[in-house]
Design a protein around this ligand. Structure first.
Ligand code: NAP
Length: 422
């Protein structure tokens, strides 16, 4: 029997599905010892810090992650950062294979004047802020204006728009970070625009997300019928299935009567941002539209136009992704998930993607190394293992239960380590 050691860097969906794929490829002759390294004190990646808190069902995939993590020969090393605590090169020496699963954490920018003004933010900062990511605990979100604009027509823009336009007491029963619920309750934002640069037929929203909008109980949702009729015409008589499903869902929204709620979420199509205006902070945004230009007064602009991967020393990058050939980077280094293919697809997309890369990895293995593992590289650095994480997880769930939430997130790193017992 041969046991190969594999280090997976990043405890998000792509990392867990890579571990699961390796577990599934095991035979009595071929075994894997898997060490997962994560820089935060908590695992689950975007399932914890990305998925919108009002979408708890999507987060139930964490049960699958915990099953993978409690399988024999799997170890978690959370609170360990690649770069400062361990290097890719050192991992490559100790392990038979190293898998990068660090995602895409940096928001793409519009590259238009005024983007650096206070009040102009990226969804890459706003989303982790409301989701209790420790790096964003002190991030300041100016919610002291009447109107906010979200740029982008993907599911992240949809999440951001919904979070801004929801009646904040609806978040009381979610795992939204305490600091964000408090800020949303003080928010003066009542009008939220989500703007797409192209017509509705090109929107990257998916139809389940569109179909839940009419269910918002305290928010008017507005789409202009002429925008959707125009999109239907341009899409022709046989639009692709996803486009048709989206446009059907949008037509239902155009039929909604204005219920006179205090809060409104309105969708704009064929609005290309050309400038964010203001002196000391955002005061308005100017769009190019089919018949000229339009300027919308607003105090907050959030861009949700996609992500790119952050660089890691020793890993080649190009165009916001790790340079790879179907998941193989170089030598015994591999990549999965958004760091490999860019920020596309839903959580489940990572399962088949990681499985294909792990098959390739296994086909390229030679004979097992026997020169230690990450524990020898950590030089006394305190890390959170699976047992410590389970302690922290149980604490958060128990704290949440007291107020009808799935969990109450511990945001502060030091406190998280203390509760985890390290
Ligand atoms: P996305 O789906 O790729 O959408 C990006 C949007 O930004 C597109 O509408 C794009 O418009 C627009 N955009 C790009 N550059 C722009 C520019 N310079 N100016 C104006 N608009 C620009 O990305 P995402 O929303 O970040 O989502 C990432 C992935 O996560 C997607 O696969 C998404 O479905 C998934 N996700 C899923 C869920 C869920 O299942 N509930 C939730 C969140 C995210 P163009 O088409 O014109 O380029």
């Amino acid at each position: 029997m041969s046991t190969f050691k594999v280090a997976i860097v990043g405890a998000g969906p792509a990392g867990y599905f890579a571990a699961q794929a390796l577990q599934n490829l095991q035979t009595p002759e071929l075994q894997f010892s898997i060490d997962m390294i994560e820089r935060l004190p908590t695992p689950w990646g975007l399932v914890r810090t990305g998925v919108a808190p009002d979408h708890p069902k999507i987060k139930s995939v964490s049960k699958v992650f915990e099953k993978i993590a409690t399988t024999e020969n799997f170890r978690l090393f959370a609170n360990v950062e690649l770069g400062s605590d361990v290097t890719v090169e050192a991992l490559q020496e100790k392990y038979d294979a190293v898998v990068i699963a660090t995602g895409s954490a940096i928001g793409k920018t519009l590259g238009i004047p005024g983007e650096d003004l206070p009040g102009s933010l990226s969804a890459a900062d706003f989303v982790p802020w409301y989701n209790g990511h420790p790096d964003f605990a002190n991030f300041s979100v100016p919610l002291d204006c009447d109107t906010a604009v979200v740029v982008g027509a993907g599911n992240v823009a949809m999440d951001v728009g919904r979070m801004l336009a929801l009646e904040p007491s609806e978040l009381d029963v979610t795992d939204t970070a305490d600091h964000a619920i408090e800020a949303f309750k003080k928010s003066k934002v009542r009008k939220v625009y989500v703007s797409a640069r192209r017509g509705a037929e090109h929107a990257a929203f998916t139809s389940p997300e569109l179909r839940e909008l009419p269910k918002l109980e305290h928010t008017n949702v507005i789409m202009n019928k002429s925008d959707i009729d125009g999109a239907l015409m341009r899409a022709g008589s046989e639009p692709e299935k996803d486009v048709k499903s989206n446009l059907d869902a949008m037509l239902l929204i155009t039929d909604l009567e204005n219920k006179g709620h205090e809060r409104t979420l309105e969708f704009l199509f064929q609005h290309t941002p050309v400038a964010i205006n203001g002196i000391d902070r955002v005061e308005s945004i100017t769009y190019s539209v089919p018949d000229g230009e339009v300027t919308i007064p607003c105090g907050l602009v959030i861009t949700a136009i996609g992500y790119q991967a952050a660089g890691i020393d020793g890993v080649p990058y190009e165009k916001g992704k790790v340079v790879n050939n179907e998941g193989h980077v170089k030598d015994n280094l591999y990549v999965v998930g958004w760091a490999k293919r860019g920020p596309s697809g839903v959580i489940g997309t990572n399962k088949s993607d990681a499985a294909a890369v792990m098959e390739k990895l296994v086909s390229q293995l030679k004979s097992p190394k026997s020169i230690g593992d990450v524990t020898e590289l950590l030089a006394g650095k305190k890390f959170i293992d699976q047992g410590a994480w389970e302690k922290l997880n149980a604490h958060e769930v128990a704290e949440g239960e007291k107020s009808g939430k799935p969990r109450r997130k511990v945001v502060d790193r030091v406190q998280a380590c203390e509760i985890a017992g390290i």
